[in-house]
Design a protein around this ligand. Sequence first.
Ligand code: FES
Length: 581
Amino acid sequence: MTAAAKKKQPADLRSARWFAPDDLRAFGHRSRAMQMGYAPEDWVGKPVIAILNTWSEAQPCHMHFKSRVDDVKRGILQAGGFPMELPALSLSESFLKPTTMLYRNLLAMDAEELLRGHPVDGVVLMGGCDKTTPALLLGAISMDIPAIYLPAGPMLRGNWKGKVLGSGSDAWKYWDERRAGKISDDDWVDVEAGIARSYGTCMTMGTAATMMAMAETLGMSLPGASSIPAADANHIRMASESGRRIVDMVWEDLTPAKILSRDAFLNAITVAMAVGCSTNAIIHLIAMGRRAGQDIGLDDFERASRKVPVIANIRPSGDKYLMEDFFYAGGLPGLLNEIHDHLHLDAMTVTGRTLGENVKGAEIYNTDVIRPVSNPIYKEGALAVLKGNLAPDGCVIKPSACAPKFLKHTGPALVFDDYPSMKAAIDRDDLDVTEATVLILRNAGPQGGPGMPEWGMLPIPKKLVQQGVRDMVRLSDSRMSGTSYGACILHVSPESYIGGPLALVRTGDMISLDVDKRTINMNVSDDELAKRRAAWKKPEPRYERGYGWMFTRHIKQANEGCDFDFLETGFGAPVAEPSIY
Ligand code: FES
């Protein structure tokens, strides 16, 4: 590092407050560091780098973090830093119930307070499985010390009988094939064994791959980091490079606030469209934008969706390829270079250079995987924001992943008040349903779910599956997995549990959606809706104590990013550094 780039001196380090003074408290900090076998040579004059590691034995997507953290430490030591690994809440999408979204903000708080309370000058954030990326970034944004995000990377392609299997997407697909009697129970067990065959995150363009790409586009990861498969040796080298780079970022005082401009978020939204992102990206990017003090909302997504085509031919928006193919085709840098006309190229990044400088000259090696803008897989963006009397504050659909005939549709509602009643009825032979029916699930939003579970891809009724139906319009205030697909309308706001209009729909009401016009309405008169509203009763509280009690009181709606109100940047004065007495 040049002397000019160095903005901090050892005495300016945050950690010096713990280690440098000649007083009794600092004696305690030094003597306890020595208890762990460290000598003053380990820390004097060196930035202390926290590594927030979301490894756990319930987290298959982060299995490699147990050893990958050593590669990060190697890089930190090489660059003259002092690594300090701090375990953080893991948020395993696979195992944590009722839904990881209930706990995203808990990890965000965990991250922020771990950083605030410890003697650290910078941080490497190790995440990847869906909510871990936004949660770690939310915490780092609020703490605003130099931070670099290390994405877990996608797992290798799945394999079954010579067929490529994609996370989530092929689970839903073959589940329907099994329900239709098209594959055997033995086949199903083999799919189970072949669909996730290495460590790493889901390898479709689900929420994990989307959010890792968002972190990189925002400028919070090294160029190309988010596309590297977890099991590739490049991932190990990227981990140690992240460790080396964060030490310099501390000396340069390159904080998230200097990176996360409104332009950085607009870039992320643009790229979300181009990759055929998970619908969950909307909620997380809005939350992160608001934490960073940027005014990001659904309108920004709507504007981008009208002008940015989907060019990443990755399932579920694409029909063939997975993240491993995306990496070989040039990965995110290749895609960013291809859409550079749509990007704010002067946005700053963790490299200390701009996004434009980072991706200049990045090549594409397979133009079927990363398509030219002139030959997209879908001409408009991946997401559309709909509004109307059913969703005054908006809802979303992923047109690139649904049957085109449902983009303009009117059909009768079949309403379920909760998931158990839907599950009990959906496979009944006497269910009054046709392909034109609009399946509705309510009380599945942020408060009602609780935690807005990924229930939005409601199962197709068995009698229709057996007739060959594989898509129909489904509508809810829940989310859906980024690996899901179909004509699913999600995130209806305000949610039904708090009395949003979704609470007033009845079976048989006609529902109309028009994606081109961006509308969603129930064809019910205002007078009738007023009568129904007067008769509506608020459901029973979900929690009477504990974290859930706090969650339901402070969670914001989907269109506002589902942050806790008290965590938002504008809620109160910034939190001061901890006193050390
Ligand atoms: Fe972890 Fe999909 S379950 S990324």
